[in-house]
Design a protein around this ligand. Sequence first.
Ligand code: MG
Length: 262
Amino acid sequence: MDYKFFKKQNVELKTPKEIEKMRIAGRVVGEILQKLSGIIKPGITTKDIDVFSEKYIRSLKMTPAFLGVRGISYPFPASACVSINDEVVHGIPNASRVLKSGDIVSVDIGVIYEGYYGDAAMTYAVGSVSASAEKLLEVTELSLQKGIEQSLSGKRLGDISYAVQKTAEDGGFSVVRDFVGHGIGRSLHEDPQIPNFGKAGTGIKLLPGMVLAIEPMINTGSCEVCMTNDNWTVVTKDGGLSAHFEHTVAITENGYEILTKV
Ligand code: MG
């Protein structure tokens, strides 16, 4: 989501019943992302990814969360965001965008079940990719994992941000500032905003019942991004590669639960 500077954070705690619904939505997101790893290969189009995802969601009588989300000029026209190479997030699926060996492709999926949301993303290597692309995927996924490991009752939001940033920068990459993770529940984007950069020990205290969509967006070059003229697709300014991994994570009494993992 777009990063507007921290205002008051109205963080809503979810009941176990609510988390149960988010677990169902989250599982479907996780299943789609897992199945896509067997589908994504050279020759398929970004539209194929969207069609597969939407069919899967509808077959379970659930609702794609991204279709129709309002943007700066028109609603998002698809169920999956599919972003290739220097595209950071919010790529629009297109029947004439064909994946080729050496590409990396980020897929972001959201599902609504009985009014509750699940949201996750993964970046895939298409065919064989360069060593630096492979490292970018590894480090970005690791930075998400390190952020998730900080999602514990009593820790601070900045502990998550710091862990993501440190992992990404130690790996030699840069962290996108303009888009951040978010709380999630009865809306796709709730408080708190979760930057992928920050200071450990700062920010709001994490509590059981908080559900967070943690989503590092990591670049090989500079952290700067810009909007393209379709008014949705965000790209790196310098043309470097960008990767995106995301999970929806519930903070529990004695740990965390990744709701979008299968
Ligand atoms: Mg998200």
